[in-house]
Design a protein around this ligand. Sequence first.
Ligand code: SAM
Ligand code: SF4
Length: 329
Amino acid sequence: MIDPFGRSVSYLRVSVTDRCDFRCTYCMSEHMNFLPKKDLLTLEELERLCLAFIAKGVRKLRLTGGEPLVRKNIMQLVRTLGRSVHDGRLEELTLTTNGSQLARYAAELAECGVRRINVSMDTLDPDKFRAITRWGDLAKVMDGIDAARDAGIAVKINAVALKGFNEDEIPDMIRWAHGRRMDMTLIETMPMGEIEEDRTDRYLPLSLVQQRLEEQFTLKNIPYKTGGPARYFGIAETGGRLGLITPMTHNFCESCNRVRLTCTGTLYMCLGQNDAADLRSVMRQSDDDMVLAKAIDEAIARKPKGHDFIIDRTHNRPAVSRHMSVTGG
Ligand code: SAM
Ligand code: SF4
């Protein structure tokens, strides 16, 4: 699939649920209105859509959410998609998870062909972890990470850089992750969905974090790529890799290779724009996969050039009203 700007779209991110067992303060408000169950695609419908994308050339598929591992019977979908990994149609099946349920599912994920996962963790301090996730238990996440590694799954730690919350802890987190041979990626907070706090208070540009890190580490640009938007650096002192995802300070849209499917079958061609295609209606109107393939082609033909994210005192509204948990981070 080639979009109007000549970018090849080979990466599908699927938000399998908008629900979550955490309420991270930068992601969700405390009292969220989740989608009624009847609006959700069934697992069979999700499977049909994912397979249609794989048939159209998607080579990498990431399950996300909300929290993907809280969706009931999610392993049924993982198992089906895993077959595409085993027969070579899909290069990679992966997921982004908060890790809360990982201890339970790690072995089965590995068996289904999942080789790498991202675990989101914004602090190493259990009290701060409880505060930022509102409900999370760091010990459980740590157990989940261990279980994944024991099962042979490579873990990358994702942390959102938050001013006044974890900015002083970032070097220690890097040492901790790299000491366990895990890559680590830092993410800039993006203006998506209404939350209780003012995002301007928490926004920490990674250009500044990088400058500070360079006072104690030697960062070297490396050509490593995972198919996602991170730029990678090797850190001489730890021997590990650090990724920076900088939608705010360094726009990465020119190399965008991905589209995002929500749990209601809405396809967003850009994380930061509102245009979308309703694939659920198409799918429910016809069993013919050719019709679905045509609808996917039409959507890709509308993929926009990029997002318009800004966070400052004069732009203190979300760029898009939907939360990250709807589109899938
Ligand atoms: N629940 C899973 C998790 O936390 O990994 C998957 C979904 S979560 C929406 C995916 C990623 O998006 C997480 O790493 C999270 O920290 C990040 N995220 C959520 N809201 C964000 C925002 N407003 N700006 C930047 N990253 C955000
Ligand atoms: Fe849940 Fe992930 Fe959002 Fe945190 S970032 S509330 S874990 S979906």
